[in-house]
Design a protein around this ligand. Structure first.
Ligand code: NAP
Length: 296
């Protein structure tokens, strides 16, 4: 079968099909099932991906069930990413530092937890030729997504991380985690300290929005209000993917900056999980086109 110009192989679900899936609540609007099933079908490999609405109190029971059924692995969404850390046998170095797991691999009953939000973000940068090793990066946000990105960026060689958050104590806790576990130097500030944010942008290679500012329905909000603070030679990434182009990214585009929307991170965090389960590279261009209607 030919689908959107790509060969699509019909794979029957049979006795050899391996189960993967998503645990969390709510999961009904997740794009992960269609992303992974599109990729399995495209490569013609015997896996399927299901979404399971599991409240946090039932997480342990669900994990034991999946283990008994010899599921190949699963993703975990909020609010279960932290709780999953305690339910696996071992964690990847990044997941251990972050203290959260979004992908589990089941190898003959041994569960390994990974955090592909950060590694997916870094892969997305690489695919877009944004080099940050040895550079200064400004990160706004200190929630779950920002934490994953900060730790992976630090592990991947970012020299200095300037973290701004609405609650300064959470920025300080994240900076402390980075400083204790990686060679990167991290500093923490309140997001309200816009003067320091402006100064930090003078020599940053990349600005990342890891807050909810700009996310629908509050699309007119942004971490900064002055486009002139952005230099045309810097890159600006937003983790928010609804809308695809946030107010921040519109400002950055108007200044001539390279802009990176949140869908790229969503795609590549999935691609990293896919590879951990199957040992195969996700056909990202097919998935991007069919699921997100975008080119990568
Ligand atoms: P989270 O853990 O709840 O963290 C929310 C972050 O936003 C915190 O830093 C919070 O600051 C900040 N924030 C919330 N409302 C704010 C406001 N009115 N003013 C200033 N700061 C505000 O959420 P998360 O999981 O990290 O998600 C953050 C964003 O990333 C969301 O838009 C989410 O959709 C997106 N995301 C994208 C991907 C992807 O693959 N692209 C993956 C995960 C998340 P405080 O600490 O002060 O509360």
């Amino acid at each position: 079968m030919i689908l959107n110009g790509q060969r699509k192989t019909d794979v029957e679900i049979d006795a050899k099909t391996r189960l993967t899936g998503l645990l969390g609540s709510p999961v009904a609007h997740s794009l992960s099932p269609v992303m992974h099933n599109t990729a399995f079908q495209c490569l013609g490999i015997p896996y399927c991906y299901m979404a399971f609405d599991v409240p946090e109190r039932a997480l342990k029971t669900a994990v034991n069930g999946l283990k008994s059924l010899n599921a190949r692995g699963w993703n975990v969404t909020m609010p279960d990413k932290t709780a999953m850390c305690a339910l696996v046998d071992q964690c990847s170095p990044a997941a251990a530092i972050i203290g959260a797991v979004n992908t589990v691999v089941n190898e003959s009953g041994i569960l390994t937890g990974h955090m592909t939000d950060g590694s997916g973000f870094m892969k997305m940068l690489k695919e877009n030729r944004v080099a940050v090793a040895g550079e200064t990066v400004v990160l706004c946000g200190a929630g779950g997504a920002a934490r994953a990105v900060a730790v992976q960026a630090a592990l991947d060689g970012v020299k200095k991380l300037m973290i701004f958050n609405r609650s300064e104590s959470k920025a300080a806790a994240l900076a402390d985690t980075v400083n204790r576990n990686t060679p990167c130097r991290a500093e923490a500030y309140a997001l309200a300290d816009q003067k320091t944010l402006q100064t930090s942008l003078l020599d940053a290679a990349l600005l990342i929005n890891g807050t909810k500012l700009g996310m629908a329905p509050e699309t007119e909000t942004s971490i900064i209000d002055t486009p002139q603070w952005l230099r045309p030679d810097m890159a600006v990434a937003d983790l928010v993917y609804h809308p695809r182009e946030t107010r921040l990214l519109k400002m950055a585009r108007s200044r001539g900056c390279q802009t990176l929307g949140g869908l790229g991170m969503l795609l590549f965090q999935g691609a990293q999980a896919f590879e951990l389960w199957t040992g195969r590279a996700m056909p990202v261009s097919v998935v991007a086109k069919q699921v997100f209607h975008m080119e990568v």
